[in-house]
Design a protein around this ligand. Structure first.
Ligand code: FPP
Length: 273
């Protein structure tokens, strides 16, 4: 670990100790709860892990400390989702636009990514979590690609839940790359342009076998998708909250699932009587 990272880690832990880790930045508005048994659980939950930088800044910590706390929260989220019976969890870890952040922050995010697998792999295995990745993986640094391949191979047979990490991911890039694959096939005479429909395009996305997300959660007060799963989210339910990602808790997840349970998903049709 670089000296600068060690210093940041020390500052982080000492300030965290003083400020109290569990202190919430924002109290999420409470909805009347639903009986646990009546909760409708999405097959596929997707989460934009936003608010790490603000979480750190509010504590006088470097932004990197917020990302570290955010990666710990991801480990908690995996456990919570597994317990609720969610089958697919996709998290937005690094977007194609995040390369524009300061070099130090990009370095920390990549380092946290590596550390996540070193620290939590045993827990992921114990919880039966298969790990997959979505994004422009071939354009990531070699050492990250190696970790990705190893994590995918090691976890291939786990069946309780799939954790999909969107890294170097952009919804527009995913669509452009799908179009390039289709155009190459058409140019080679393998498909006819007329055969391109929604189904065929879907089958050329990064993870064609993964169902579309039923529910997308974005904490931190922002209400946009930021280039996340833009094709797959056509009929997703969206849930926003002011809580910052490092503070996201089981009660926030319960609140999101309660809201989801009450939604009426019509997919452009009309309500069934
Ligand atoms: C957005 O918050 C968050 C990110 C760009 C990175 C998310 C990454 C992690 C939670 C940890 C690393 C991932 C893994 C898989 C271990 P922000 O920094 O934009 O927050 P702000 O809007 O408050 O500045």
């Amino acid at each position: 670990m670089r000296l600068i990272d060690r210093m940041l880690q020390w500052i982080y832990f000492s300030r965290l100790f003083r400020s109290g880790q569990s202190k919430r930045d924002q109290k999420a508005p409470q909805q009347p709860g639903l009986d646990q048994a009546k909760l409708k659980v999405p097959m596929h939950l997707a989460v934009i892990m936003d608010g790490n930088g603000r979480w750190a800044q509010r504590r006088g910590l470097p932004r990197q400390a917020g990302h570290r706390q955010g990666s710990e929260k991801l480990q908690d989220l995996c456990r919570m989702c597994g317990n609720h019976g969610i089958k697919y969890l996709t998290v937005y870890a690094f977007s194609t636009e995040n390369w524009n952040r300061p070099q130090d922050e990009v370095h920390t995010l990549m380092a946290l990514f590596v550390e996540f697998f070193h620290r939590f792999d045993a827990q992921l295995a114990e919880e039966g979590i298969r790990v997959r990745f979505s994004g422009d993986i071939n354009n990531l640094p070699e050492h990250i690609q190696k970790i990705i391949k190893k994590a995918e191979a090691d976890s291939y047979n786990r069946q309780r839940m799939q954790l999909i990490i969107a890294i170097n991911y952009g919804g527009r890039r995913e669509l452009v790359q799908a179009c390039q694959k289709l155009a190459s096939k058409a140019a080679a005479g393998e498909i006819s342009p007329d055969s391109i429909d929604e189904d065929l395009l879907s089958r050329h996305l990064y993870l064609p076998d993964v169902p579309d997300p039923d529910l997308i959660i974005r904490p931190s007060g922002e209400q946009r998708l930021s280039n996340f799963l833009i094709w797959q989210s056509a009929y997703s339910e969206l849930w926003f909250s002011d809580v910052l990602w490092p503070d996201f808790s089981e009660s926030d997840l319960q609140e999101a699932l309660t809201a989801y349970t009450r939604r009426d998903r019509r997919y452009g049709g009309i309500k069934k009587s």
